[in-house]
Design a protein around this ligand. Sequence first.
Ligand code: 5GP
Ligand code: MG
Length: 178
Amino acid sequence: MKEITINDKKFAVSIPESYILGEVKKLAERISHDLEGKNPLFLGVLNGSFMFAADLFRDITIPAQISFVKLASYEGMASTGVIKEVMGLSESVAGRCIVIVEDIIDSGRTMQRLLENLGTREPSEIHICTLLLKPDNLKVDLNVEYVALQIPNEFIVGYGLDYDGWGRNTRDIYTVVE
Ligand code: 5GP
Ligand code: MG
């Protein structure tokens, strides 16, 4: 099994590129079918979702737009999901069908805060789309409609996801090994 080392940790391939891309394509087909006629605005959440968003969006077959936002967390509280602000949103969300595109939903708190924030901007509807979901770790009540891959409660990197800012530039997804 292919292994890589990032800083102090070893990782092994857990989800190969071919499988990821197959699931992403199926998800894009579902979304294209469900949201036909709604001219959705996809909102990718930076940094982690950039690779997923690019692959997903290429497989969307209905008229759609895409933009990206970045979430600024309070200093030292990133893991609690407390968001200071949603940065970079220049498009008008009012009246639009929004698809939030995340890399991973763990506790769900980050997504919950983002939903609260976007909700005040009066979109017509908001759909949640994530590359990865750790269902055993979900702490809040979220309707996660579009999930490419469900994973166990283990730390993963690659395909856009990082460990301390490193490891985003792999085609496969890796899981930390002891
Ligand atoms: P939540 O607010 O849902 O608990 O956490 C979501 C955020 O935690 C993600 O956007 C991501 O930054 C980080 N995260 C959670 N699990 C993992 C993981 O397994 N790998 C990486 N790289 N980040 C993770
Ligand atoms: Mg994220």
